[in-house]
Design a protein around this ligand. Structure first.
Ligand code: PSU
Ligand code: MN
Length: 303
């Protein structure tokens, strides 16, 4: 697989400096235009502020791009969701046949690992959907975390999911789930889900040490860092749950399936909350980019 690097990322990787991967599906499908473009830039600036280099990842013209130029970022942001959402299973087709696509957590992990980038920031990971006992809807993000050696900084699984079942699958898959300054699994818009974590750390350096130990020990696979949304931006579970239930019902009524489910739910909740969920989503992803940069800096110091 051919990887194209932009100049900034190329220089940083060559020099062994810290780099943070950023995904593109959150831009194309997770957030509306023009907020998505502003967030994409803010994520990159945040990573730079913390002394690391941002590498937003996507497929442009049938080629993997590690670090996007302004034109490509704009194309993803302004596509109004009319761009392919790429998970592991979609990569061969787009790379063989051409086209533009935005990478999910799963696909971004794959491409980051190939590029030699070990730390990746997103909003919330995909997981086991509610009602998965009937729909079998389990995000490809979970099996990717099981096998691809990248640390993913998230605000927990998206609260539209079944968090208890998501934690069970992560446990079965051998994925360390590390609470950052929390003992409770965060739930995306909310700081707490009520599900206790086995592991809590309080510094980025501790996370870097866990990553180094895992991969030096040939325990391949991802590390999931759970970073709660800052308190001033949180939507308490009691406030958001009614909207989540209504969105799930709407998705069911409209027969939404497959990769359309998550973007549909996020968009529905954004509209029902008059943008409150959007403000929280933007705040948590920037918060994750900041922590990811600190982890990447700490990890680079170990190497
Ligand atoms: N986090 C967000 N917004 C998003 C996503 C994550 O704050 O839109 C995207 C990620 O790309 C994640 C995907 O991989 O949603 C999960 O989609 P699915 O449930 O179809 O696997
Ligand atoms: Mn799904």
């Amino acid at each position: 697989m051919k990887l194209n690097f932009n100049a900034e990322v190329n220089v940083a990787l060559d020099a062994g400096r810290p780099v943070v991967a950023l995904e593109s599906t959150i831009i194309s499908h997770g957030l509306p235009y023009p907020e998505n473009l502003a967030v994409a830039r803010q994520l990159e600036d945040t990573v730079r502020e913390e002394g690391a280099t941002p590498a937003t990842i996507a497929v442009i013209g049938g080629e993997v791009q590690i670090g996007l130029d302004e034109d490509s970022l704009m194309r993803l942001a302004a596509a109004g969701g009319n761009i392919r959402k790429l998970s592991r299973r979609d990569l061969p087709q787009i790379l063989a046949l051409g086209g533009d696509g935005a990478t999910t957590v799963a696909a971004t992990m794959i491409l980051a690992e190939k590029a030699g980038i070990r730390v990746f920031a997103t909003g919330g990971i995909g997981g086991v959907h509610r009602g998965a006992e009937n729909s079998l809807d389990i995000s490809a993000d979970l099996p990717e975390l099981a096998q691809t050696s990248v640390a993913v900084v998230s605000a927990g699984p998206k609260a539209i999911l079944d968090i208890a079942l998501t934690l069970e699958v992560l446990e079965t898959s051998g994925v360390p789930v590390i609470g950052y300054q929390t003992n409770d699994m965060p739930a995306f818009w909310s700081r707490q889900s009520g599900h206790q974590l086995d592991d809590r750390v309080d510094t980025p350096a501790q996370i870097a040490r866990i990553m180094a130990m895992k991969w030096q020990s040939r325990l391949d696979g991802g590390v999931l860092v759970a970073n709660p949304v800052p308190a001033e931006h949180e939507i308490p579970a009691d406030d958001i749950n009614g909207f989540i239930d209504a969105a799930l019902k709407a998705a069911d009524d409209e027969g939404i399936t497959g990769k359309a489910v998550t973007p549909f739910l996020l968009d529905h909740i954004r509209r029902m909350t008059d943008g409150r969920s959007l403000a929280t989503n933007m705040a948590l992803v920037v918060n994750n980019a900041r922590l990811a940069a600190k982890i990447a800096c700490a990890y680079a110091e170990l190497a």
